[in-house]
Design a binder for this molecule. Structure first.
Ligand code: ATP
Ligand code: MG
Length: 410
């Protein structure tokens, strides 16, 4: 029997690097056959700031995943985040050239390319995704898949995501110098959405919020497609740092206390509840008020929600997302986050755990692995060339050209 095709995904987070190896099983599902999770180094706010340190962490993660899968990793899908990533909506238009005016796959590729070509990309920035939001054929709006229909003029409303060339270059360099070819870059909230959202949520309108260690990545889904994306440079690190300042505690102690006792609902904490925390330069522990901790964490969460709401407003979806907010990422483990988020966002909220894979899932079932699992699902879904071209989700060939260009500049 032929060996099942394997694919790999690397999630280079600010806190951890997670490499997953998967393969499609007999029933068409994705089975995780290799896992490598190691602490991250050399990253700040989702971006590589020290190539050597980041490369070492990525190497360790890849080696673990390869070891557990019993094979080598030569290609991988790679997640990308950081506030250098921006998005715009743009329209592309083409006319049908065939005598029968039938829309074919290459017309869809042409119209996506037209949307990309007319957006105006500065020299120091590069396009990462061109995502179709909907097509219009001869003025008829709201067409999801125009292939097979007849028409003279095809328009696409596309969501275009671009990033700083240097940040893309720094991240891909870390992976490629380990002998691993980057198949494609995937914006992290899109990957997270792949792992935690239901089709119903995407269809009816939902806000995905991935609160990681260095960034909060958001994506608005509506009518099955991506309407808006944004990266906010605030994550768990900033929550912990606020505790360091507010409680005058060392970072490691503040981080441990946040994970064990952190909540964003001070009213749910008794006035006299105390938490033992080590102090600077002292081996002895001292009691600190858990209510004070909660006040500090809540202030940061209030600010974060305001920034997220500003993005939703900017996208024009405030009050228009009936499926509510899905919160994921490691920092979604903060106590009472769902209730407080429902109150602040004024919509339903739930915690999103990654689903959709089988196999070695024990260590990757927590919300912190939403991006990692989503990247693997992405690789499985768009990994074959035909699937990508038809999805219009990613200009694979174009990305490959970019990567070749970047390599030639190194
Ligand atoms: N139970 C918990 N309560 C609060 N915070 C938590 C909890 N568990 C983990 N965290 C926080 O989650 C963060 C790590 O999340 P995650 O693994 O999603 O980040 P990352 O992918 O490494 O970073 P990023 O995607 O932002 O680059 C850390 O800041 C950690 O403190
Ligand atoms: Mg992450």
């Amino acid at each position: 029997m032929a060996k099942a095709a394997q694919y790999a995904a690397i999630d280079v987070g600010t806190t951890k690097v997670c490499t997953l190896v998967g393969q499609t099983n007999a029933s068409g599902g994705v089975e995780v056959v290799g896992v490598g999770v190691v602490p991250s180094r050399g990253l700040q706010k989702g971006m590589v700031v020290n190539i050597d340190e980041a490369t070492d962490a990525i190497r360790a993660s890849i080696q673990r995943a390869a070891h557990s899968s019993g094979g080598q990793i030569r290609h991988a899908y790679l997640g990308i985040t950081g506030s250098h990533l921006t998005s715009v909506n743009n329209r592309g238009t083409v006319t049908m050239v065939r005598p029968d005016r039938l829309v074919a796959g290459d017309d869809v590729s042409r119209v996506m390319e037209a949307a990309r070509a007319t957006v105006g990309v500065p020299n120091n920035r590069e396009v990462i995704h061109v995502l179709p939001r909907g097509y219009t054929l001869d003025g008829q709006e709201g067409i999801r898949n125009p292939i097979g229909l007849h028409g003279f003029r095809l328009d696409v409303d596309a969501h275009i995501i671009m990033g700083a060339l240097t940040s893309i270059q720094n991240l891909t360099k870390c992976v490629e110098q380990l002998g691993v070819t980057v198949d494609d870059l995937v914006l992290e909230p899109l990957a997270s959405g792949e792992a935690v959202l239901t089709d119903d949520e995407r269809e009816n309108g939902t806000l995905l919020v991935d609160i990681g260690g260095g960034t909060t990545d958001i994506a608005v889904f509506q009518q099955g497609s991506v309407a808006h994306t944004s990266i906010i440079p605030i994550g768990g690190h900033q929550f912990t740092h606020d505790l360091v300042i507010g409680l005058r505690a060392p970072y490691a102690a503040a981080e441990a206390a946040k994970i064990a006792h952190g909540t964003v609902e001070p009213d749910g904490v008794g006035e006299d509840e105390m938490v033992e925390l080590s102090a600077f330069g002292d081996t002895a522990k001292r009691p600190v008020s858990r209510r004070l901790m909660a006040d500090i964490l809540r202030a940061r969460f209030d600010e974060l929600v305001e920034l997220v709401q500003a993005e939703v407003r900017k996208a024009g979806y405030l009050g228009l997302l009936p499926a509510g907010a899905v919160l994921t990422g490691g920092s979604s483990g903060l106590g009472h986050l769902t209730e407080v988020a429902e109150h602040l966002f004024n919509m339903p909220a739930r915690i999103g755990r990654p689903t959709g894979v089988s196999g070695l899932t024990d260590s990757i079932s927590a919300p912190a692995f939403a991006t990692s699992v989503g990247l693997l699902l992405w690789a499985a879904r768009f990994g074959d060339q035909e699937g990508r071209a038809q999805s219009g989700f990613s200009l694979t060939e174009w990305i490959q050209n970019l990567l070749t260009l970047l390599r030639s500049r190194n």
